[in-house]
Design a binder for this molecule. Structure first.
Ligand SMILES: Nc1ncnc2c1ncn2[C@@H]1O[C@H](COP(=O)(O)OP(=O)(O)OP(=O)(O)O)[C@@H](O)[C@H]1O
Length: 248
């Protein structure tokens, strides 16, 4: 479904290869966790997949079509298929849970309707359904700023779900949460992954979580893909290579 061929991202400002000749094929149904030290290139890889970062060289194919050949409108359609959750949630704190969640539909609606904030009964019903999936129905009129971190991330997941994504991306979605809440969030993501057969790709720092939930682990080191395999094959030697032997 997504292919990366010889993808390199070089930042002249920092004189760093954030990604170096990365080759990957990612298919529907996989739950992929990307591991790597800080600065290894995890976020850059995610940003390449959603088109926010253009490779310096190489190509990314989305259903066999190169992303670089897509115009603005075609890119909008690709992004619509990507649900994204973030470390700091990227929600609007002063707005309510419902007001935040409905923005997940914006890619499917006219700019005018989005601007005036008009939603049909059917759209409201869909938003209520995703809120019930993440267990936040009773919080729909509460402001984001009054929620806990775990609840905020569940709002983020509901918003992403409303996009009916084929690809579910997370850029360190549990890095700001305590271990118990992080596990709950990953369990929820896994449930949704299994019921929708998404391609799920999550960056994270927690090796145990990755080994517990992923069907495939990728490890980056200084922009290079040094491991691509099953969780059970991510052994101590690869761990040491990924993290220079430093516990994370
Ligand atoms: N916009 C940019 N300009 C210059 N250098 C950048 C830029 N974005 C990333 N880099 C560099 O590219 C490398 C990879 O960064 P990236 O954010 O992808 O790493 P990461 O693995 O996600 O790190 P973290 O776990 O800390 O978020 C780093 O050395 C970083 O400094």
């Amino acid at each position: 479904m997504i292919e990366m061929k010889d993808v390199t991202v070089y930042f002249p400002q920092s004189k760093r290869h954030a990604l170096h000749n990365v080759n990957l094929t990612l298919v529907e149904g996989e739950f992929i966790c990307i591991l790597g030290k800080s600065g290894a290139g995890k976020s850059t890889l995610i940003r390449c997949l959603n088109g926010l970062q253009k490779p310096t060289s190489g190509e990314i194919y989305w259903n066999h079509q190169p992303l670089s050949s897509k115009n603005k409108e075609q890119m909008r359609k690709v992004r619509r298929e990507i649900g994204m959750i973030f470390q700091h949630f990227n929600l609007i704190p002063r707005l309510t849970v419902m007001q935040n969640v409905v923005t997940g539909m914006f890619g499917y609606r006219s700019s005018f309707k989005n601007l005036i904030g008009w939603f049909s009964e059917e759209e409201i019903l869909q938003a209520q359904q995703v809120l019930s999936v993440v267990g936040l129905s009773e919080y729909k009129n509460q402001r984001i700023e009054s929620l806990s971190g775990g609840q905020k991330q569940r709002v983020g997941i509901a918003r992403a779900l409303l996009q009916k994504p084929r690809v579910f991306l997370g850029d360190e979605p549990v890095a700001s949460l305590d271990p118990g809440t992080a596990t709950h969030i990953f369990s929820l993501v896994q449930e949704l992954h299994q019921s929708h057969s998404h391609l799920t790709i999550m960056n994270l720092h927690d090796v145990d979580l990755a080994k517990r939930f992923a069907t495939r682990i990728l490890a980056l080191r200084q922009g290079e893909l040094i491991f691509d395999g099953k969780p059970e094959d991510f052994n101590q030697e690869i761990y040491d290579l990924t993290y220079d032997g430093v516990y994370h």
